[in-house]
Design a protein around this ligand. Sequence first.
Ligand code: HEM
Length: 469
Amino acid sequence: MAVTTYIGVVLLAFVGLLYNYVRIPNSLPRQIPSVPIYISLMGLFSDMGQNEIYDKWLRAKLQKYGAIKIWFAGRWNILITRPEYLSDFLKHEEVYAKAGSQKKIPWSVIASLVGDNIINSHGEDWKLYTSVMKPGLQKKNFDTSPILYKSRRFVDLLLQAQRGLPEPNGVLVNPLIQRFAIATMAESFLDIDFGCLENPGMRIEELQSIIKRTIFKPLYFNFPALDKYPYIFRSRARAFTIMKEFEDLLYHLIRNRPRKLERNEPVKPEDELVVHMLERALEEGRIDDTQFRANLKIVFLTAHENTQQLLNSTFWQLGSDQSIQDKLRAEVLATGVTDPTRDILEQMPYLTSLVCELLHVYPPVSQLINRVTLAPVTLGEKLNLPKGTWVGWNAPGVHSDPAAWGPTAREFIPERWGDEPDEILAKARRETVRGRYIAFNAYNRKCLGQAYAMLEMIMALFELVRRVK
Ligand code: HEM
């Protein structure tokens, strides 16, 4: 009897603790609905895609209320898609402060990967990293020759992979895209040719596939507390080792890069890349070694992953609808050039609108919940949020909402952006400020690599459709 009572008490205590852990805090706004917790855990027991889950359980609520309560990363959060909420939220980073995994779950595998960096930091640290890196991320005179060179090699390799294959001769494009995206950004930001486009199996590139598989495991994504126990969950111990291997290898390759060792005189200020700026800041003691490493890693990760994702979507879209390819190819061939300059590319309306639409329908950063309220605040003059509330957004949700984009919101229509490059870019800026187009985020924490990413995309696309059908 005593044993039964004891077990009963332990069970009750356990249920009580569990209830307390997963219940929705009363302080969160009641006028918006919540999504049942099992929907967030769907990835654990079903192979439904994120789009399917969104359509089935989130879309209707978000389109009606503009915001919902949702379980993510071990807590309840507010997820928003209504443009008015978004522009209010993105405009006021002083209240909705950036707080990445290094703040939210500092013990986790993902935090060990990214550290405190220019994307996830807030306040003085962010200002410091920005003052060091921004000029290199937003260079007006990016040398386009390495981008064009790597685009050519990429297309050569695609064609080479296809040659000799039996019909239907499909090529798995993602591995090549990853190698292209890493090689290209390394030339433009890190002053190094990793050689990973030409040579498959380079460890620094191989590690990226392992990292992507490791980070996005639904169990640890939803219960990051498990990362505290690597001695129980052995795969997490291995995950920590992989993150460390990546950091050390990248650091070693960058600090000992041939171009640095062979250089006899300092880099001219106008030729400086982000890596030179970071190295100078380290030598002058403005940032320490940990900050140097974290920012080096984040440049490596963010500058290849998003482009990789967008290029994958591009192949899908161009493959699904040949008429888009034909229209783009006609525009490319009409230029009569094989060595496009930045000026020529930026004067091509269909190419520009195509990239804007790819970002509209397939935003590579699809959902982020990485801001926390520093004080009680009213979101969009409607939702009262207490201090310490985690808030985030879902970009495909915003971009596919008919209230913002009309009845064709979910269709792929490059023409919706306009007919002239200036008009197209002006529309993209306008929709960004209104909180309807958030592929690169908006306001003071918007993407600093946007112009570079657009340049890389239009250059790669030009070369691709010029030579491949
Ligand atoms: C298609 C490509 C890209 C997309 C869609 C993209 C998207 C984004 C988004 C959505 C954010 C905001 C993240 C947040 O709210 O936490 C962001 C921030 C940022 N991105 Fe990109 N990005 C792309 C390419 C790049 C590239 C090539 C770089 C170059 C290193 C870069 C550097 C940054 C930086 C430094 C920030 C942080 C800005 C700040 O908080 O001050 N991005 N990007």
